[in-house]
Design a protein around this ligand. Sequence first.
Ligand code: SAM
Length: 184
Amino acid sequence: MLKPESYILRIGHRPERDQRMTTHVGLSSRALGASGMYLAADDQKVADSIADVARRFGGTYFCENNVKWKNCISSFKNNSGTVVHLTMYGLRLQDVIADIRAEEKILIVVGAEKVPGDTYELADYNVAVANQPHSEIAALALFLDSLYEGRELELAFPGAELEVLPTAVGKTTLKYDEHRGDIA
Ligand code: SAM
């Protein structure tokens, strides 16, 4: 596991319009080294689709549905975690990432619509990935790459049923049956 351990808290998710974005928050953070996502909304369909990818492609990423966002932040802090809120209004990523990298575990808060005002006070760091408005998926991906300095691209995902074999042209996948090592 990469250090610091990272977890995502997704707030402001609207099931009627954010399903694709929230699923991509989960999938992108999984691919780039995070350990799991807490979803502060009730949308089991999103949690299930992330869990399905995690089951097929390996690793231990989880998605917990329907958490209370303030409880999630306070219990993370009570367990020696550090809360990082991604916001275009925050301190510049390049100025604070070294300090954040030295923490033991971090909870990265990403919004959908406008986030509640007290998020800014509850966070240990409010961090901007450029002080310009853009997307939570782009902000999260750049943040994780900067946090792990590219090491996340070497991550292994043990227990995969399906693995992509990098190829210059075309698509090649390896399928494993339940007896690990056998290629179907
Ligand atoms: N207008 C909303 C607000 O004022 O909070 C932001 C909406 S934005 C589409 C959704 C999320 O993307 C934000 O809550 C934040 O987590 C993330 N985000 C957008 N731009 C960002 C930036 N420049 N740096 C860090 N995070 C950003």
